[in-house]
Design a protein around this ligand. Structure first.
Ligand code: 6PG
Length: 479
């Protein structure tokens, strides 16, 4: 009998192809399938010497080339294409076989598919994979959901091909059904927030100090040797240092300033709203991209009055870059604190049993938000799994305390000069909102009760109250 593959990949565009190559390079026999056979042929022709591949040119041939339990990794576009591939393969599979969706699917779709396939005796594993094409090839961070049973066969393979940090694989079983795709979605939301904060830091250094992109690249390189050490800071320095060969101008100045998005950031905000979790940093990052894309609205608003943009000078100028570093660090802690709170809320809602420390651990390497400080997050949750907010964890609390004068100074300078910093500003407002003794929400409750008899609770008595606003003496009643 001919050799069988331990895993198969269908959908061989760049992510699928690189995952398949990564598996083969680690000594696993990989079955290959793609809707148009040319991609399958190309892969074998170009990379066939990297390991054992079994090319298949029909769904049936593909399924038959897999050992049991069959493990089929789907790497196609999220949405209808994923359903189409599942519909094609599920009837060919047998009880106990595993279908893995490694694309950026919405976790609600994953829950729906998992439930439907479970009825047929199949395991469906929605898996987050982060790290882009390079990560897929050299070691991504992998976030599988699905059943514990499916992880028994799949886990060793995925752990094998994942990134490693101090020898530990950046892959863990996140939780059942949609847990993997949920945390990948929040990963992307945090990614949006982090990217926005870094972009604002650049804008501040340029707008308030008049630095050129190449100078700012050097500042980012320095930051990358300290506590901000992260993939996103590293690549930002690369992008800022790059000169456009056609014009000789800084690359960043020849790129249209309209940021695009494929949807995972927006999904994160939508779920944040549904679950009532204030993820304002992620929301502002999504809105900042959306504002940037409104070319007509921006053109119509360009002449609106603003303050003079006189660059800083003297002592304020000298300390400004350090102030921005501190503000960035503090705002970044807020971004992660909000993201992890959303994961906690999802975990409670869907009863997934997510280990936040283990999650932070697998985000230390391979993924887009990989950063030195994820190890501190891992340690914070390991010490206190039910931590209400990262902002209150030892090291982070101290860092924010040390940063807060700078944080406030940076937001004040941005406001004074008219430099938009939605990420920094909302992060600071969130921080101040959380730590406030009393919030004007009490007044909002009063307003609601006034016009709609929506009732309010009192600080000194149990129960719901309504004030008869129109009546003489305004008597209160217990609603
Ligand atoms: C990753 C990335 C990847 C993709 C995002 C962002 O973890 O490897 O997050 O999944 O780059 O979807 O894409 P947009 O910025 O286009 O929304």
């Amino acid at each position: 009998m001919s050799k069988k593959a331990s895993i198969g990949v269908t959908g061989l565009a760049v992510m699928g192809r690189n995952l398949a190559r990564n598996l083969a390079r680690h000594g696993h026999t990989v079955a290959l399938h793609n809707r148009s056979p040319q991609r399958t042929r190309d892969l074998v022709e170009q990379f066939g010497d990297e390991g054992d591949f079994i090319p298949a040119y029909s769904a049936k041939e593909f399924v038959n080339s897999l050992e049991r339990p069959r493990q089929v990794v789907i790497m196609v576009k999220a949405g209808a294409p994923t359903d189409a591939v599942i519909d094609e393969f599920a009837p060919l599979l047998e009880k106990g076989d595993v279908i893995v969706d490694a694309g950026n699917a919405h976790f609600a779709d994953t829950r729906r598919r998992e439930a439907a396939l479970r009825e047929q005796g199949l395991h469906f594993v929605g898996t987050g994979v982060s790290g882009g094409e390079e990560g897929a090839l050299h070691g991504p961070s992998i976030m599988p959901g699905g059943s514990t049973e499916s992880y028994e066969s799949l886990g060793p393979l995925f752990e094998d091909i994942s990134a490693k940090v101090n020898g530990a694989p950046c892959c863990t079983h996140v939780g059942p059904d949609g847990a993997g795709h949920f945390v990948k979605m929040v990963h992307n939301g945090i990614e949006y927030s982090d990217m926005q904060l870094i972009a604002e830091s650049f804008d501040l250094l340029r707008g308030a100090l008049g630095y050129e992109p190449a100078q700012i690249a050097e500042i980012f390189r320095t930051w990358n040797t300290g506590r901000l050490d992260s993939y996103l800071i590293e690549i930002t320095a690369e992008v800022l240092a790059h000169t456009d060969p056609a014009t000789g101008k800084p690359f960043v100045d020849i790129v249209t300033d309209q940021a695009e998005q494929k949807g995972t950031g927006r999904w994160t905000v939508q779920i944040g709203l549904d679950l009532g979790v204030p993820i304002s940093g992620i929301a502002e990052a999504v809105f900042a991209r959306s504002l940037s894309g409104h070319a007509d609205l921006r053109a119509a608003s360009r002449g609106l009055p603003g303050p003079a943009r006189t660059p800083l000078s003297g002592a304020a100028a000298e300390t400004f870059a350090d102030d921005v570093e501190r503000a960035l660090y503090a705002s970044k802690i807020v971004a992660y604190a909000q993201g992890f709170n959303l994961i906690q809320a999802g975990d409670t809602e869907y009863d997934w049993g997510i280990d936040l420390g283990a999650l932070a651990s697998i985000w230390r390497g391979g993924c887009i938000i990989r950063a030195k400080f994820l190890d501190d997050i891992r340690a914070a949750y390991a010490a206190e799994p039910g931590l209400p907010t990262l902002l209150n964890a030892g090291e982070f609390r101290k860092a924010v305390e040390d940063a807060q004068d700078s944080w406030r100074a940076v937001v004040a300078t941005a406001t004074r000069l008219g430099i938009p910093t939605p990420g920094f500003s909302t992060a600071l407002a969130y921080y101040d909102g959380l730590r406030a003794d009393r919030l004007p929400a009490a007044l909002v409750q009063g307003q609601r009760d006034f016009f709609g008899a929506h009732t309010y609770r009192r600080v000194d008595r149990e129960g719901s109250f309504h004030t008869a606003w129109a009546a003489e003496g305004r008597p209160e009643s217990i609603a």
